[in-house]
Ligand binder design. Structure first.
Ligand SMILES: Cc1cc2nc3c(=O)[nH]c(=O)nc-3n(C[C@H](O)[C@H](O)[C@H](O)COP(=O)(O)OP(=O)(O)OC[C@H]3O[C@@H](n4cnc5c(N)ncnc54)[C@H](O)[C@@H]3O)c2cc1C
Length: 385
């Protein structure tokens, strides 16, 4: 069986790893991505807040050496889901099964005034560039704002506000600064009232102002204000945005999307095109846009394809479970476990925040790098001669 996987993020990496582990050379997998390597979403915050170097959080695809898998660095420029044929700038690919895992594209230019008068921290470039901006910020009014919904990793703006408090405190400029957080939801993590309560208590204790149920529609850099609603404005000296998210244009142009994202069967991840699957942020499957959910969906697709190759029953179904480690600042991490089942109210519980969970979060990343790239992260120190 030939499987063509578009996108080597959380979803694409998990899918190809599982297929290779289970089938080895009995499957022919081509994995396509335009970039040279993978960076975890949470590592963007680590670099932005000066806790990690860029080189330390970059996982090159050249390390991806797996039986049955060929990585191709290329830009996907057209997808024909009927023919399962894909045009890239490195040639045309066709397969028996096509899996779209191209994630969500980010569009800072879609928010008036943002490119001229603010910063975004969701792309690698944006987050990495903010490192110097934050290190030299003299203090003032900081606004962290979400500009559209849905957006990736709903806890990330809250984490950013909490980490910002620590950084400005360490730098001795917190007292002459304010931090405001603008989010579209009524609570920081709606499926987990317990986690939301802990985060709101954390905001209150640190003097972080919380503006729920609003989006930032634009910035007026000349006046230094963020425009929230018709009559609501928030003055800022430093604006940190979650930019507008949408499906990559190549996906929209392919006819796979409905209302902006790819609809899939929530149990099997099949699209309406035979033998075309979609996983992760590019779908409207009903889970939040987060790596753990992309990974869980990819695992189900892999299990179904393995069963198909072996002639067994394709019984694996997606259960909507995910867990999220939340940077709480003050060297503490909280763990939120959430289950999203189609047609049911999502439920989630909270552990921590605690210093002990810092190691759990590190192991979450380490275990993925070990499985996906076959190496230790951080690299093991060279043994003594
Ligand atoms: C600041 C931040 C913190 C986060 N923290 C967490 C966290 O703690 N836990 C968590 O689970 N999630 C977290 N996330 C979310 C997580 O990063 C994403 O939800 C996850 O990566 C989605 O996986 P995916 O496979 O759907 O897409 P992605 O991982 O985005 O992968 C898509 C891939 O497709 C490639 N691509 C796109 N278009 C093309 C094209 N035309 N041609 C070729 N290649 C293309 C991209 O280069 C990319 O590698 C965070 C995100 C951010 C921004």
């Amino acid at each position: 069986m030939q499987v063509l996987v578009l996108g080597a993020g959380f979803g694409g990496l998990e899918l190809t790893t599982r297929l290779s582990d289970e089938l080895g050379d009995d499957v022919d997998v081509v994995l396509v991505d335009r970039t040279e390597g993978f960076v975890f979403g949470f590592s963007k915050l680590e670099v932005m807040f000066g806790r990690e170097e860029r080189a330390g959080v970059f996982h090159p695809y050249r390390d991806l050496v797996k039986p049955g898998v060929r990585f191709v660095q290329a830009d996907v420029v057209a997808i024909d889901p009927d023919a399962k044929r894909v045009e890239t700038d490195a040639g045309t690919f066709q397969a028996d099964v096509l899996v779209v895992a191209l994630g969500a594209a980010l569009d800072p230019g879609a928010t008036p005034g943002l490119v001229e008068g603010g910063h975004e921290f969701y792309t690698e470039e944006g987050a990495f560039a903010l490192r110097d901006v934050l290190a030299s910020f003299p203090g003032g009014r900081v606004v962290v704002g979400v500009t559209s919904a849905p957006f990736k990793c709903p806890p990330a703006p809250s984490e950013t506000a909490l980490l910002l408090h620590d950084l400005l405190t360490e730098r001795g400029v917190r007292e002459r600064s304010s931090i405001a957080l603008v989010m579209p939801m009524p609570t920081p993590i709606p499926p987990s009232p317990e986690a939301s309560k802990a985060i709101l208590a954390g905001f209150e204790e640190r003097g972080i102002d919380w503006y729920p149920q609003r989006l930032v529609r634009g910035l007026d850099p000349a006046r230094g204000v963020a425009l929230l609603g018709k009559d609501e404005e928030l003055p800022y000296d430093l604006f940190l945005a979650v930019p507008v998210h949408r499906a990559p244009s190549v996906v929209v142009d392919s006819g796979l999307t409905v209302d902006g994202w790819i609809p899939v069967d929530p149990l099997t991840l099949e699209t309406r095109f035979p033998d075309v699957y979609a996983v992760g942020d590019v779908t409207s499957v009903g889970t939040p846009k987060a790596g753990v959910f992309a990974e869980g969906q990819a695992a189900v697709v892999a299990d179904r394809l393995v069963a198909r190759v072996r002639g067994g029953e394709q019984s694996a179904q997606y259960g909507g479970q995910g867990l999220c480690y939340l940077q709480f600042g003050r060297d503490q991490v909280a763990k939120v476990e959430v289950t999203f089942l189609s047609g049911q109210t999502p439920v989630g519980g909270l552990q921590g925040p605690s210093a002990a969970l810092v190691a759990d979060k590190a192991e979450f990343g380490r275990s993925r790098v070990r499985r996906w790239f076959g190496r230790e992260w951080p690299a093991e120190p060279a043994s003594a001669p």
